[in-house]
Design a protein around this ligand. Structure first.
Ligand SMILES: [Zn+2]
Length: 272
Protein backbone atom coordinates (compact mmCIF):
# COMPACT_ATOMS: atom_id res chain seq x y z
CA UNK A 1 0.00 0.00 0.00
CA UNK A 2 1.29 3.47 -0.89
CA UNK A 3 2.22 5.39 2.25
CA UNK A 4 1.51 9.07 2.55
CA UNK A 5 3.33 11.81 4.46
CA UNK A 6 0.87 11.67 7.38
CA UNK A 7 1.50 7.93 7.77
CA UNK A 8 4.98 8.76 9.05
CA UNK A 9 3.63 11.04 11.78
CA UNK A 10 3.05 9.08 15.00
CA UNK A 11 -0.60 8.36 15.82
CA UNK A 12 -0.48 10.28 19.14
CA UNK A 13 0.61 13.46 17.34
CA UNK A 14 -1.96 13.03 14.56
CA UNK A 15 -4.72 12.67 17.15
CA UNK A 16 -3.55 15.76 19.06
CA UNK A 17 -2.93 18.07 16.13
CA UNK A 18 -6.36 17.42 14.65
CA UNK A 19 -5.45 18.48 11.11
CA UNK A 20 -5.15 15.07 9.56
CA UNK A 21 -7.61 12.33 8.80
CA UNK A 22 -7.80 9.73 11.55
CA UNK A 23 -7.21 6.12 10.65
CA UNK A 24 -9.20 3.47 12.40
CA UNK A 25 -9.96 -0.23 12.49
CA UNK A 26 -13.44 -1.66 12.94
CA UNK A 27 -13.55 -5.14 14.48
CA UNK A 28 -16.57 -7.41 14.68
CA UNK A 29 -15.59 -10.07 17.21
CA UNK A 30 -17.87 -13.09 17.00
CA UNK A 31 -17.81 -16.48 18.70
CA UNK A 32 -16.00 -18.35 15.94
CA UNK A 33 -14.53 -15.62 13.77
CA UNK A 34 -14.04 -11.91 13.60
CA UNK A 35 -13.92 -9.39 10.80
CA UNK A 36 -11.57 -6.46 10.46
CA UNK A 37 -12.15 -3.41 8.26
CA UNK A 38 -9.97 -0.27 8.05
CA UNK A 39 -11.65 3.16 7.87
CA UNK A 40 -10.74 6.84 7.78
CA UNK A 41 -12.41 9.81 9.41
CA UNK A 42 -12.16 13.08 7.56
CA UNK A 43 -12.21 15.54 10.46
CA UNK A 44 -13.00 18.59 8.33
CA UNK A 45 -15.97 17.01 6.56
CA UNK A 46 -16.96 14.78 9.50
CA UNK A 47 -17.15 11.81 7.14
CA UNK A 48 -16.24 8.15 7.72
CA UNK A 49 -15.14 6.04 4.76
CA UNK A 50 -14.10 2.41 4.73
CA UNK A 51 -10.73 2.33 3.09
CA UNK A 52 -9.82 -1.27 2.41
CA UNK A 53 -10.89 -4.87 2.25
CA UNK A 54 -12.66 -6.64 5.10
CA UNK A 55 -10.47 -9.45 6.42
CA UNK A 56 -11.60 -12.51 8.31
CA UNK A 57 -9.75 -13.98 11.28
CA UNK A 58 -10.61 -16.77 13.67
CA UNK A 59 -11.47 -15.96 17.27
CA UNK A 60 -9.44 -17.97 19.82
CA UNK A 61 -12.15 -19.85 21.70
CA UNK A 62 -12.70 -22.89 23.95
CA UNK A 63 -13.38 -25.11 20.93
CA UNK A 64 -10.40 -24.26 18.71
CA UNK A 65 -7.82 -23.74 21.51
CA UNK A 66 -8.31 -26.87 23.59
CA UNK A 67 -4.72 -26.81 24.88
CA UNK A 68 -5.07 -23.26 26.25
CA UNK A 69 -6.48 -22.55 29.72
CA UNK A 70 -9.79 -20.66 29.22
CA UNK A 71 -8.47 -17.89 31.51
CA UNK A 72 -5.71 -17.23 28.96
CA UNK A 73 -8.05 -16.90 25.95
CA UNK A 74 -8.75 -13.14 26.44
CA UNK A 75 -4.98 -12.49 26.43
CA UNK A 76 -4.67 -14.48 23.23
CA UNK A 77 -7.43 -12.37 21.63
CA UNK A 78 -5.80 -9.09 22.75
CA UNK A 79 -2.45 -10.25 21.32
CA UNK A 80 -4.11 -11.20 18.04
CA UNK A 81 -5.80 -7.79 17.82
CA UNK A 82 -2.40 -6.14 18.49
CA UNK A 83 -0.83 -8.16 15.68
CA UNK A 84 -3.59 -7.09 13.27
CA UNK A 85 -3.34 -3.43 14.32
CA UNK A 86 0.41 -3.54 13.73
CA UNK A 87 -0.08 -4.95 10.23
CA UNK A 88 -2.05 -1.80 9.32
CA UNK A 89 0.76 0.54 10.39
CA UNK A 90 -0.22 3.41 12.61
CA UNK A 91 -3.83 3.39 13.83
CA UNK A 92 -5.58 6.19 15.77
CA UNK A 93 -8.88 4.52 16.70
CA UNK A 94 -10.23 1.03 17.28
CA UNK A 95 -13.95 0.29 17.46
CA UNK A 96 -15.03 -3.24 18.27
CA UNK A 97 -18.33 -5.05 18.56
CA UNK A 98 -18.30 -8.15 20.74
CA UNK A 99 -20.58 -11.20 21.02
CA UNK A 100 -21.30 -10.84 24.75
CA UNK A 101 -22.30 -8.22 27.32
CA UNK A 102 -19.75 -5.41 27.71
CA UNK A 103 -19.82 -2.54 30.25
CA UNK A 104 -19.23 1.11 29.34
CA UNK A 105 -15.59 0.73 30.47
CA UNK A 106 -14.95 -2.09 28.02
CA UNK A 107 -15.17 -4.93 30.55
CA UNK A 108 -16.59 -8.13 29.03
CA UNK A 109 -19.02 -9.43 31.64
CA UNK A 110 -19.39 -12.92 30.15
CA UNK A 111 -18.68 -14.72 26.90
CA UNK A 112 -19.60 -18.38 27.52
CA UNK A 113 -19.51 -19.35 23.82
CA UNK A 114 -15.99 -17.93 23.45
CA UNK A 115 -14.21 -18.27 26.79
CA UNK A 116 -16.40 -20.83 28.58
CA UNK A 117 -18.65 -20.40 31.59
CA UNK A 118 -15.98 -19.63 34.19
CA UNK A 119 -14.20 -16.68 32.57
CA UNK A 120 -15.87 -13.31 33.12
CA UNK A 121 -15.30 -9.64 34.02
CA UNK A 122 -12.42 -9.36 31.57
CA UNK A 123 -11.04 -5.82 31.09
CA UNK A 124 -10.65 -6.35 27.34
CA UNK A 125 -10.43 -2.64 26.42
CA UNK A 126 -7.56 -2.19 28.90
CA UNK A 127 -5.80 -5.33 27.60
CA UNK A 128 -6.01 -4.10 24.00
CA UNK A 129 -4.79 -0.66 25.08
CA UNK A 130 -1.80 -2.23 26.88
CA UNK A 131 -0.91 -4.16 23.73
CA UNK A 132 -1.55 -1.47 21.10
CA UNK A 133 -1.33 1.91 22.85
CA UNK A 134 -4.81 2.76 21.53
CA UNK A 135 -7.86 2.73 23.82
CA UNK A 136 -10.55 0.82 21.90
CA UNK A 137 -14.26 1.45 22.13
CA UNK A 138 -15.85 -1.97 22.70
CA UNK A 139 -19.58 -2.67 22.88
CA UNK A 140 -21.94 -5.61 22.66
CA UNK A 141 -22.60 -6.26 18.97
CA UNK A 142 -26.25 -5.24 19.26
CA UNK A 143 -25.28 -1.66 20.15
CA UNK A 144 -23.60 -0.75 16.82
CA UNK A 145 -26.32 -2.74 15.04
CA UNK A 146 -28.99 -0.55 16.66
CA UNK A 147 -27.08 2.60 15.64
CA UNK A 148 -26.75 1.29 12.11
CA UNK A 149 -30.50 0.66 11.98
CA UNK A 150 -31.17 4.18 13.29
CA UNK A 151 -28.94 5.77 10.65
CA UNK A 152 -29.29 3.61 7.51
CA UNK A 153 -31.98 1.07 8.25
CA UNK A 154 -35.74 0.94 8.08
CA UNK A 155 -36.03 2.84 11.39
CA UNK A 156 -33.83 5.66 10.05
CA UNK A 157 -35.80 5.88 6.80
CA UNK A 158 -39.15 5.86 8.58
CA UNK A 159 -38.03 8.42 11.19
CA UNK A 160 -38.55 5.96 14.09
CA UNK A 161 -36.44 7.16 17.00
CA UNK A 162 -37.25 4.53 19.66
CA UNK A 163 -37.16 0.85 18.80
CA UNK A 164 -35.96 -2.59 19.90
CA UNK A 165 -33.76 -4.63 17.61
CA UNK A 166 -33.64 -8.43 17.99
CA UNK A 167 -31.43 -10.96 16.22
CA UNK A 168 -31.83 -14.72 16.39
CA UNK A 169 -28.71 -16.66 15.40
CA UNK A 170 -26.81 -19.15 17.61
CA UNK A 171 -28.24 -17.12 20.50
CA UNK A 172 -30.71 -14.27 20.89
CA UNK A 173 -29.42 -10.68 20.95
CA UNK A 174 -31.39 -7.48 21.49
CA UNK A 175 -31.00 -3.80 22.31
CA UNK A 176 -33.24 -0.77 22.77
CA UNK A 177 -32.47 2.37 20.80
CA UNK A 178 -33.74 5.50 22.55
CA UNK A 179 -33.56 8.64 20.38
CA UNK A 180 -29.78 8.96 20.35
CA UNK A 181 -28.39 6.26 22.61
CA UNK A 182 -28.63 2.60 23.61
CA UNK A 183 -28.97 2.18 27.40
CA UNK A 184 -26.94 -0.86 28.52
CA UNK A 185 -27.06 -0.47 32.31
CA UNK A 186 -24.17 -0.96 34.70
CA UNK A 187 -23.62 -4.63 33.86
CA UNK A 188 -23.94 -4.13 30.10
CA UNK A 189 -27.03 -6.33 29.87
CA UNK A 190 -29.96 -3.88 29.94
CA UNK A 191 -32.33 -4.52 27.02
CA UNK A 192 -31.05 -8.09 26.53
CA UNK A 193 -34.04 -10.43 26.31
CA UNK A 194 -32.05 -13.60 25.51
CA UNK A 195 -31.48 -14.35 29.20
CA UNK A 196 -34.95 -13.52 30.50
CA UNK A 197 -36.20 -16.40 32.64
CA UNK A 198 -39.31 -18.26 31.44
CA UNK A 199 -40.58 -19.78 34.72
CA UNK A 200 -43.13 -22.10 33.06
CA UNK A 201 -40.52 -23.75 30.81
CA UNK A 202 -38.51 -26.92 31.55
CA UNK A 203 -35.26 -26.59 33.50
CA UNK A 204 -32.83 -26.40 30.57
CA UNK A 205 -29.36 -24.95 31.13
CA UNK A 206 -28.45 -21.89 29.06
CA UNK A 207 -24.99 -21.33 27.54
CA UNK A 208 -24.46 -18.64 30.22
CA UNK A 209 -24.92 -21.16 33.05
CA UNK A 210 -28.42 -19.99 34.01
CA UNK A 211 -31.63 -22.01 33.64
CA UNK A 212 -34.91 -21.56 31.71
CA UNK A 213 -33.58 -18.63 29.67
CA UNK A 214 -35.40 -17.56 26.48
CA UNK A 215 -32.24 -18.29 24.44
CA UNK A 216 -32.44 -21.95 25.51
CA UNK A 217 -35.79 -22.33 23.72
CA UNK A 218 -35.74 -19.88 20.79
CA UNK A 219 -32.34 -19.76 19.09
CA UNK A 220 -30.20 -21.68 16.60
CA UNK A 221 -28.57 -23.64 19.43
CA UNK A 222 -31.99 -24.38 20.94
CA UNK A 223 -33.35 -25.58 17.56
CA UNK A 224 -30.41 -28.00 17.36
CA UNK A 225 -30.97 -29.33 20.87
CA UNK A 226 -34.73 -29.70 20.42
CA UNK A 227 -34.34 -31.43 17.01
CA UNK A 228 -31.83 -33.87 18.51
CA UNK A 229 -34.24 -34.68 21.35
CA UNK A 230 -37.24 -35.12 19.03
CA UNK A 231 -35.26 -37.37 16.67
CA UNK A 232 -34.92 -39.99 19.40
CA UNK A 233 -38.42 -39.60 20.85
CA UNK A 234 -41.80 -38.60 19.42
CA UNK A 235 -40.52 -37.66 15.94
CA UNK A 236 -38.06 -40.54 15.47
CA UNK A 237 -39.97 -41.84 12.44
CA UNK A 238 -40.16 -38.40 10.79
CA UNK A 239 -36.41 -38.02 11.33
CA UNK A 240 -35.72 -41.38 9.68
CA UNK A 241 -37.72 -40.37 6.62
CA UNK A 242 -36.22 -36.90 6.32
CA UNK A 243 -33.11 -35.83 4.37
CA UNK A 244 -31.52 -34.91 7.74
CA UNK A 245 -31.28 -38.65 8.43
CA UNK A 246 -29.00 -39.04 5.36
CA UNK A 247 -26.95 -35.94 6.11
CA UNK A 248 -26.25 -37.15 9.64
CA UNK A 249 -25.77 -40.87 8.73
CA UNK A 250 -28.69 -41.73 10.99
CA UNK A 251 -26.96 -40.27 14.07
CA UNK A 252 -29.31 -37.73 15.73
CA UNK A 253 -26.45 -36.31 17.83
CA UNK A 254 -24.97 -34.98 14.59
CA UNK A 255 -28.00 -32.78 13.78
CA UNK A 256 -26.96 -29.12 13.57
CA UNK A 257 -28.78 -25.84 13.06
CA UNK A 258 -27.49 -25.81 9.49
CA UNK A 259 -29.21 -29.15 8.74
CA UNK A 260 -32.48 -27.76 10.08
CA UNK A 261 -32.30 -24.65 7.87
CA UNK A 262 -31.29 -26.71 4.84
CA UNK A 263 -34.20 -29.10 5.37
CA UNK A 264 -36.75 -26.30 4.81
CA UNK A 265 -36.03 -26.53 1.06
CA UNK A 266 -37.14 -30.16 0.91
CA UNK A 267 -40.78 -31.25 0.69
CA UNK A 268 -42.07 -32.24 4.11
CA UNK A 269 -43.40 -35.81 4.34
CA UNK A 270 -46.40 -36.34 6.43
CA UNK A 271 -45.27 -36.39 10.04
CA UNK A 272 -46.37 -39.46 11.98
ZN1 LIG B 1 -28.61 -17.35 29.65
Amino acid sequence: MLRRVCDYIPAQIRRRVGLFNLRGLALDIGGTGFRVAPFEIDRRKGKITFSGETKRESTPNVKNQTDVEPANLPGLLAAKIAQIVESYGSIDLIGASFAGPVTRDGVVVKAPNIWGKDVGNVALAQMVQDETGVRPLIANDMVPMAFREAVDGEAGREGVSRFTIITVSSGVGSANFETDHVPIGEMGVKGEIGHFVLPQFPKVECGCGGFKHLESFASGNAAQRIAQELAVSSKAEAYRQSPINDWTNGDPTKITGEHISRAQYFPIQECP
